[in-house]
Design a protein around this ligand. Structure first.
Ligand SMILES: [Zn+2]
Length: 263
């Protein structure tokens, strides 16, 4: 009997990728396009990609940054704001350009200032997305300063995600970069319509890697790495064969100066 201990995926897809814009876009895109066939492109530029027209222009800039000979298809998303127009979303989705919308709670992560403060203000968009079967990608962390940074995902599930799923049962949702055993359990408990991306970062490191013996800023990213029990839950989910869990690298370049700084 031989057992498989190595699996080579020839051309995987990356279901969560930040390529940024301008010089950064040109610098990092070849690293993704060398390995991945397709990628879900995150819309949190400054200013964010909020309309189909902006997504179309951004898609052209991404394609221009792909080296000749690489076969890479960027899958575009829109940044959900309280001003998002459901008609524009539907038009973009029908044309095949827009594959999903991304929900950032305001202040949750890099360039999320334009995010949603009052979820009820986007109900009309979520309603339309349900009707046209367009997925919602969520950065699943509350931003309430009273909530401990290590608990923000678990609290988000209870206070935002579960009520949202009850209100929009037909809306397909992906919990992006799930980092906790509660997140894994929550996805597993769903009857349908819920999946999660997992990053390699959260499969490999726990919070000790970031904090023991000194603060290592290059391991700091949001959602923040959690304790070892959570990492083990993620590894278990990623290797379980349950196809509701899939890879989103969340490759998200920052300049050294922004990471190696007092804040
Ligand atoms: Zn991300």
């Amino acid at each position: 009997m031989t057992s498989i201990n190595e699996l080579v995926v020839l051309r995987p897809d990356d279901w969560h990728l930040h390529l940024r814009d301008g010089a950064m876009l040109k610098a990092v895109t070849p690293y993704s396009s060398a390995h991945f066939g397709r990628a879900i492109i995150m819309p949190n530029l400054l200013p964010p990609i909020v309309t189909s027209e902006q997504a179309l222009a951004y898609r052209a800039r991404v394609i221009a940054a792909v080296p000749a000979g690489h076969k890479f298809e960027p899958l575009m998303t829109l940044y959900l704001t309280e001003q998002t127009d459901p008609d524009d979303v539907e038009t973009g989705a029908n044309s095949g350009l827009i594959k999903a919308l991304k929900l950032y709670p305001a202040g949750a992560t890099t360039n999320s200032q334009s995010g949603v403060k009052d979820i009820e203000k986007v109900y009309c968009v979520l309603e339309r997305m349900s009707e046209i079967n367009l997925p919602l990608l969520v950065h699943g962390e509350v931003t309430d300063p009273e909530v401990d940074i290590f608990d923000r995902e678990a609290v988000f599930i209870e206070s935002v995600l579960e009520p949202l799923r009850q209100r929009f049962p037909a809306l397909r949702i992906v919990m992006e970069h799930v980092t906790t055993s509660q997140g894994v359990e929550y996805v597993r408990s769903a009857q349908s319509g819920l999946g999660a991306t997992i990053t390699t970062h959260h499969l490999i490191i726990n919070r000790n890697t970031m904090l023991v013996g000194g603060i290592r800023p290059h391991y700091y990213c949001l959602p923040i790495a959690k304790r070892e029990t959570h990492r083990l839950a993620l590894v278990e989910a990623a290797t379980s064969g349950d196809n509701r869990f899939f890879l989103g690298t969340d490759s998200a370049p920052h300049l050294d100066g922004a990471k190696e700084a007092a804040c």
